[in-house]
Ligand binder design. Structure first.
Ligand SMILES: NC(=O)C1=CN([C@@H]2O[C@H](COP(=O)(O)OP(=O)(O)OC[C@H]3O[C@@H](n4cnc5c(N)ncnc54)[C@H](O)[C@@H]3O)[C@@H](O)[C@H]2O)C=CC1
Ligand SMILES: O=C(O)[C@H]1O[C@H](OP(=O)(O)OP(=O)(O)OC[C@H]2O[C@@H](n3ccc(=O)[nH]c3=O)[C@H](O)[C@@H]2O)[C@H](O)[C@@H](O)[C@@H]1O
Length: 480
């Protein structure tokens, strides 16, 4: 029986390994982590992450060929294939701070693998890492004195949160990069044999190590670039009376461009787009390619601009101040169908409003009050470290309250900001909400989820990102 061990039981390690266990009954999979609460949660009925379909997959395999454990060394020692899916945050100090990937956790995992192994192993990079990381990892692993042989593979993950299980069941592609040597080809084949139990042959791509590592950074950069492109257009739409949804639709009809990932928004969030692009920028700079670095930097700059523009629009529409006004924030997660708040645009928007002394009342169906308070008090990039190493925030933000539903959040509010596209926000009773709000009542839709015309008929002043502006908004100073 092939034994797989995955170091890191997070958003990637957990779902990915659960699906491997489900699809490959003859493989034994152990997912290990240094975080005791995380492993306890994986072994309970309340999994540590919310992901549609995940409960079902875990229930089918847990205790049969899928195990969650904190006994990292034992499972690594016994495994034939070791996946490493640990955090790769942005460095906050020293060389490359604010851009380069911090490989502390990766390096410590590699050293541990080298220390505890007593047999040859395939080590798989599942985390997103800078191109050429495998070279460094190889050096750590092969400098053991025990004569054990390691083959390094790069097998980046392309799942998106909220659709992880679907993405893992039917991936557009699985990418495996390895050394172009006899041993390297054999290792690639061994991993391919695992995936080929459910992924069609033509969807499993094999490349050299550096192409696989770089393809992951490139894919995220291309995806984020589409969002920044459409968001840049949204500003121009508002200035000219064009409608960004119509523009996206017309542009996406070109089969060379395609319709996906062209939804204008308050900005992209999530744990990876910004981190991976910053990392790409740093690699370009280190390789003497400043023009290429500048090009990709713009994707982040436009994303920051979009969030600032949204806050400015709110403040300028509400008579140039939100001081002491109550703003209801609907949605805090970085996208729907997840409770993940890492780099969510809601953090920057809330901080912007708090900067103008607003009182904020937040509702998100999947995010806890504790998480929201932590996010609003944490320093940039601190969130991407293992939970037990994150600084505990001694304070809470007093002007922020968290409500149990959208009606409670919007009661007595002067304005509503929609920051996550949860389906339930489309179906709210907006007449009831309007009745209970201060007047004039504003809606700032950062995800284009509400029917703006319907809301205007009720009496709201509505701002929908990238859409033709209300007369009210046109008359306000265009700070944005
Ligand atoms: N979240 C996502 O949707 C995707 C993330 N990725 C990449 O996958 C990697 C992991 O991301 P997530 O799963 O989101 O992170 P995560 O923070 O949810 O999980 C990482 C886990 O690794 C554990 N860990 C860290 N060092 C360890 C060590 N030395 N030994 C044992 N456990 C250790 C942490 O305690 C944590 O539970 C990152 O490189 C990320 O860029 C790639 C594709 C999608
Ligand atoms: O490396 C990663 O972490 C993953 O990053 C993204 O996945 P994820 O961040 O989970 O979610 P996305 O669906 O890509 O959304 C990212 C952000 O962009 C926003 N977005 C997305 C699409 C769009 O058209 N407009 C838009 O604003 C979303 O609301 C969200 O805030 C990629 O889609 C995955 O392929 C990749 O594996």
């Amino acid at each position: 029986m092939v034994k797989i061990c995955c170091i890191g039981a997070g958003y990637v390690g957990g779902p990915t390994m659960a699906v491997i266990a489900l699809k490959c009954p003859s493989v034994e999979v152990a997912v290990v982590d240094i975080s005791v609460p995380r492993i306890n949660a994986w072994n309970s009925d309340q999994l540590p992450i919310y992901e549609p379909g995940l409960d079902d997959v875990v229930k089918q395999c847990r205790g049969k060929n899928l195990f969650f454990s904190t006994d990292v060394e034992k499972h690594v020692r016994e495994a034939d294939i070791v996946f490493v899916s640990v955090n790769t945050p942005t460095k906050t100090r020293g060389l490359g701070a604010g851009k380069a990937a911090d490989l502390t956790y990766w390096e410590s995992a590699a050293r541990m693998i080298a220390d505890v192994s007593v047999s040859d192993k395939i080590v798989v990079e599942k985390s997103t890492v800078p191109v050429k990381t495998a070279e460094a990892i190889e050096k750590i692993l092969t400098h053991n004195s025990k004569g054990i042989k390691f083959q390094i593979l790069s097998n980046p993950e392309f799942l998106a949160e909220g659709t992880a299980i679907e993405d893992l069941f039917k991936p557009d592609r699985v990418l495996i990069g390895g050394r172009e040597t006899t041993e390297g080809f054999a290792a690639v084949k061994a991993l391919k044999d695992v995936y080929s139990q459910w992924v069609p042959e033509e969807r499993i791509l094999t490349t050299n190590l550096w192409s696989a590592e770089l393809s992951k950074l490139a894919a995220n950069a291309f995806l984020a670039q589409r969002i920044s492109s459409v968001n840049a257009m949204s500003a121009l739409c508002e200035a000219t009376g064009a409608n960004v949804s119509e523009v996206s639709y017309a542009v996406g009809k070109d089969s060379r461009i395609g319709p996906k990932f062209l939804n204008s928004s308050v900005g992209f969030g999530g744990s990876c787009f910004q981190k991976d692009i910053l990392n790409l920028v740093y690699i370009c700079e280190c390789n003497g390619l400043p023009e290429v670095a500048e090009y990709w930097k713009q994707v982040i700059k436009i994303n920051d601009y979009q969030k600032t523009r949204f806050v400015n629009r709110i403040v300028s529409s509400m008579f140039n101040t939100v001081s002491n006004k109550r703003i209801a924030v609907l949605g805090f997660a970085f996208k729907k169908d997840t409770g993940d708040t890492r780099e969510t645009p809601a953090i920057d928007v809330c901080k912007g409003l708090l900067g103008d002394k607003a009182r904020i009342s937040i509702y998100d169906p999947q995010v806890t009050e504790e998480q929201i308070q932590r996010d609003l008090t944490m320093n940039k990039f601190d969130w991407d470290h293992p939970l037990h190493l994150q600084p505990m925030s001694p304070t809470t933000v007093k002007q922020v309250s968290v409500a149990w539903d959208a009606y409670a959040a919007t009661k007595d509010a002067h304005g509503i900001c929609i920051l996550t596209e949860w389906d339930e926000f489309k179906k709210l009773d907006y007449e009831r909400i309007f009745e209970n709000m201060q007047k004039p009542a504003f809606v700032f839709d950062g995800r284009n989820v509400v029917d703006a015309e319907k809301l205007r008929k009720i009496g709201f002043i509505v701002y929908s990102i990238g859409k033709p502006l209300d007369q009210w908004l046109k008359d306000m100073p265009a700070l944005a």
